[in-house]
Ligand binder design. Structure first.
Ligand SMILES: [Zn+2]
Length: 81
């Protein structure tokens, strides 16, 4: 399966893993996702069975800096587009 890390603000792909031998269960354990609550899981990760891709939302360096510099941007929702 594939694992894609995508920035939740700008949709930039931060990183990608390709592990043909991993199951979804393996990926969740190895990536530390098994400890997420059901709400966090539904918010941060999604799995596409057709393409066997697990998408994990994260925050890229650029957006991290932008948010740290301008925390008020978060109030607006999705202002970085
Ligand atoms: Zn970003």
């Amino acid at each position: 399966m594939r694992v894609s890390y995508v920035c939740r603000y700008c949709n930039h792909m931060v990183g990608e893993l390709n592990r043909p031998d991993w199951t979804l269960h393996d990926a969740e354990w190895r990536l530390g996702l098994a400890s997420l609550s059901p709400v966090e899981r539904s918010e941060w990760i999604s799995y596409n069975e057709g393409s066997e891709t697990l998408t994990v939302q994260t925050v890229c360096d650029w957006c991290q800096r932008a948010v740290e510099t301008h925390p008020e941007l978060l109030v607006e929702g999705n202002p970085l587009q």
